[in-house]
Ligand binder design. Sequence first.
Ligand SMILES: Cc1cc2nc3c(=O)[nH]c(=O)nc-3n(C[C@H](O)[C@H](O)[C@H](O)COP(=O)(O)O)c2cc1C
Length: 320
Amino acid sequence: MGTLLYSAPMAGYTNYAHRELLRMFGGVDLIATEMVSARSFAELAMRGNELPSRLWGVRDEPRPLSVQIWDNNPDTLSQLAQRLAFEFKVSVIDLNFGCPAKQIANRSASGSFLLQFPNRIGDLVQKVVSAAGQVPVTAKIRLGRTRDTINAIDVAQSIEDAGAAGLTVHGRTATEMYRGNANWDEIAAIKPKLKSIPLIGNGDIRTVDDALFCIKNYPVDGIMIGRGSIERPWIFRQITQMLRGEAVDLEPTATELRNLIKKHFNLLKRQFNDHIALLLIRKTVCHYAINRFGVKKFRNAISSAKEPAIFFQLIEEFFH
Ligand SMILES: Cc1cc2nc3c(=O)[nH]c(=O)nc-3n(C[C@H](O)[C@H](O)[C@H](O)COP(=O)(O)O)c2cc1C
């Protein structure tokens, strides 16, 4: 088995449209949704059969697809896992034990809050594994809550012993949020402590060279890319080409980027109204603009573009 290339779950970004772009470019082995709240799924289910908007597209879109879910209650998680496995027939169910956001970790005692309780995490994984039938259950963690309480090895072993099929580790602690650099040595230290499940390393891979460096220097079975795949959704294709010894695609030209932005906007419109689609595409193009001359002015202009026509006019002027 070659190195696994996974796209990271990212709330606010990895919606249906983004996943479609990743599929279009190819090279990615597993694509993830945004994290879905198991509690809001349960609440919506009680009120009828409405689905959380983050599950939009999931029922019908191509596989393989990993759906990430979060909560701290085994029954709530299992209920959603069961439906995802048997009704939606997703490829993988991923449990979030890494989110450091206040709303999740503090107010909901979920995500990275649970890292301090490896046994509780094991219990949650085990319940979800039994609810998910044949569908593999994976988990995504950080190194620990704080630098002083790094316990990723304990958590990883608990996850493996509970029957998970894979583990992704973001090489930061929860309190570090996104500061500093991901610590890949800490990720590597987990590998010899696992019996057989694949270890996926995550953090700060922004280029093909970064990816190659991590694959060559750390004993991971795969890598996961988050922000780098917003900035460059074609990155997985380039990494695959590089790993196969093929010629690596050049970066897209300005014309190709403009076409990509149009395509992305149209994909967003399948799910969202014009207003929301515009807000989302504005966020994304700011990532494409990084390192280009005049980016600051462009960002200001784009953030006040209230109509698609004005937005696309600015795109024509900036990406040329
Ligand atoms: C905007 C944003 C949203 C994120 N949402 C999630 C999420 O829903 N679930 C999750 O496990 N991690 C989430 N993450 C963390 C990423 O999956 C990833 O672990 C982190 O960005 C580090 O990888 P990177 O350096 O490749 O971006 C998010 C990160 C960002 C920047």
